[in-house]
Design a protein around this ligand. Structure first.
Ligand code: GUN
Ligand code: ZN
Length: 446
């Protein structure tokens, strides 16, 4: 008997996903078995139904069968999102990054000292992202430890896989009440990590979160690097988003060779690090990312909305730097990863308009960035990102015919076309079910 755990559920139909070798693999009439622990127990072919049911001990009549217009794809991974900023998403995009932070972001984030307000906004953003197919999110919260713990609790309750960061900042010249002392920041980070780990949420982990070099003293950056190292934790921050920011970092850290070197000196570049943006990184800096295993999060909506820059994804991929997509709510105004997919294609096409020699990203490549690429960027690719035996079943059941298409209902449409249509034209109405670690988390059960 090869069974280790009882089969929880079996799904039959079209599955699309990425592998390390192919941006898009289509499995037609596949059978995917999920065990009661939410892990993929087997992947087989439809015609092997009887054999597999005997081997794995499930009843063929209980298999969930997808329709012709449906497919499963891996849940999407948002590698960079600010949960508190959802409260003003869709507004306040009329100035560049540093003024935007001072004018809108810091005053709003300061309000998250209020746990009731935090709970309300955090419930909204976790629901909104789950409904839109984000099964894994890497969140910035605010400097407030208890409110950040509330975000972890909500992600756990609603069933989203999440990295949650209590934001650290011991420098803020504009909004003076929205910062910590160096010691507070370090002690509260320790408390946040201890209390979050103590909850033993199966899918929610802490991530060490220096806001960015301009918000942190070197002493704080060093301490946070040490905390991450001692506890083997994830790290997230921002890098090289905007030219004014890059210039000020050079002035503030004259000893460092580059922006990347500021973080590297403080042990903040590891294979569990994800840095947002990176629009202005040099080839040498990208090499340092590859050597340390640190990843980038490409946030195209934010980069355009704040007029920050245009990341050359093709160049990042050439340097073999791990890369995922992020919404960067609320520098990016959309919380949907489908928007990030479309914006990433737009930015890539814009680079081709500027330079016809530029090799435009294909939709399959962008699909990979939104799924497997994101899981690799967060070093969670042993758990999620595609359909592989042993990984958790994090999946979207997509129906392209829902909400009136667009689809030709008179004939069978190729799965690749279904995926392309969904990525370019679909929305949450086409995401009929969302699974995280085998649990159906959308539609919500209330
Ligand atoms: N750099 C430092 N903080 C932030 C933030 O909240 N959003 C963005 N887009 N960039 C940042
Ligand atoms: Zn950000």
């Amino acid at each position: 008997d090869r069974r280790t755990e009882a089969i929880g559920h079996v799904y039959r139909g079209t599955f699309v996903h990425s592998t390390p070798h192919t941006a898009l693999q289509v499995l037609e009439d596949a059978l995917v078995g999920v065990d009661t622990g939410g892990k993929i127990a087997f992947i087989g072919k439809g015609q092997e139904l009887n054999k597999l049911s005997q081997t794995f001990g499930f009843c063929p009549s209980e298999v969930t069968q997808l329709t012709q217009d449906e497919f499963f794809m891996p849940g999407m991974v948002d590698t960079h999102i600010h949960a508190p900023q959802y409260s003003y998403a869709g507004t306040a995009l009329d100035m560049p990054l540093l003024q935007w932070l001072d004018t809108y972001t810091f005053p709003v984030e300061a309000r998250f000292k209020d746990l009731e307000f935090a709970k309300s906004v955090y419930t909204q953003i976790v629901k909104r992202t789950l409904r839109n197919g984000t099964t894994t999110a890497c969140y910035f919260a605010t400097i407030h430890t208890d409110a950040s713990l509330v975000l972890g609790q909500i992600a756990n309750e609603l069933g989203q896989r999440a990295l949650v960061g209590k934001v650290c900042m011991d420098r803020n010249k504009s909004v003076k009440h929205y910062k910590e002392t160096t010691q507070e920041s370090q002690e509260e980070t320790d408390r946040f990590i201890a209390e979050l780990l103590n909850k033993k949420y199966p899918l929610v982990k802490p991530v060490v979160t220096p806001r960015f070099a301009l918000s942190c003293t070197e002493a704080l950056l060093e301490q946070l690097g040490a905390i991450a190292k001692n506890n083997n934790l994830h790290i997230q921050s921002h890098i090289s988003e905007n030219t004014e920011e890059v210039k000020l970092v050079k002035e503030l850290f004259p000893e460092s060779e580059s922006y990347t070197d500021v973080y590297h000196k403080c042990n903040l570049l590891t294979n569990k690090t994800v840095m947002a943006h990176g629009c202005y990184l040099s080839d040498e800096e990208l090499d340092l990312f590859r050597e340390t295993g640190a990843a980038l999060s490409h946030c195209p909506n934010s980069n355009t909305s704040l007029c920050s820059g245009t990341l050359n994804v093709r160049n990042v991929l050439k340097h073999k730097v791990k890369l995922g997509l992020g919404t960067d709510v609320a520098g990016g105004y959309s919380a949907s990863m489908l928007d990030a997919v479309r914006r990433a294609q737009d930015v890539s096409k814009f680079l081709t308009i500027q330079d016809p020699g530029h090799d435009t990203l294909t939709f399959e490549e962008v699909f990979r960035l939104a799924t497997l690429g994101g899981s690799q960027a967060l070093s969670l690719d042993t758990q999620t990102g595609n359909f592989e035996v042993g990984k958790d079943f994090d999946a979207l059941r997509v129906n392209v015919a829902a909400a009136d298409g667009p689809i030709d209902l008179t004939q069978k449409v190729e799965p690749k076309i279904l995926l392309e249509k969904f990525l370019n034209l679909g929305d949450d109405r086409n995401i009929v079910e969302v699974f995280v670690a085998g649990r159906k988390v959308v539609p919500f059960t209330e």
